[in-house]
Design a protein around this ligand. Structure first.
Ligand code: HEC
Length: 116
């Protein structure tokens, strides 16, 4: 009887520990925002898949070409964040629709277009 109780307890603890470990391993992937996917979903239709704004919306709305080295050199990450929040001209404001993590991930994507 006693043995059985100890065993069950051990199994329970093992399951709980495994769950905890899985949660620890899995959480960074779940929390970290997927910049390229977000960009594709929210931004590419105007700024282009490769950041060149080379599609009809990009031309029609004069969306920013993120690959221009001069532009990359001129703007700060804070400025990019501000523009994402406010949405200049026809661009929608993303202040309340994207989380801080998602916006940071998008800034990285935009920076990645530099010099291409
Ligand atoms: C409906 C079209 C559209 C969508 C969607 C869009 N943008 Fe824009 N974006 C524009 C236009 C137009 C501008 C204005 C360019 C300007 O004022 O020089 C702009 C400007 C910007 C600027 C500032 C450029 C500058 O030099 O001032 C940033 C940064 C930016 N967009 C990022 C994004 C990000 C990130 C997303 C997705 C979350 C996004 N945009 C979605 C059309 C769009």
């Amino acid at each position: 009887m006693q043995k059985g109780i100890v065993k069950t307890g051990t199994i329970k603890t093992t399951i709980q520990l495994t769950g905890l470990l899985l949660a620890l391993v899995a959480s960074p992937a779940v929390i970290a925002a997927d910049g390229p996917a977000l960009y594709k979903e929210h931004c590419a239709k105007c700024h282009g898949d490769s950041g060149h704004a080379d599609n009809w919306r990009g031309y029609l709305y004069f969306a920013r070409n993120f690959t221009a080295p001069k532009w990359q050199a001129k703007v700060s990450d804070d400025y990019i964040l501000e523009e994402i929040d406010e949405g200049p001209r026809i661009m929608p404001a993303f202040k309340d629709t994207l989380t801080a993590d998602e916006k940071q991930a998008l800034i990285q994507v935009i920076r990645g277009f530099g010099g291409k």
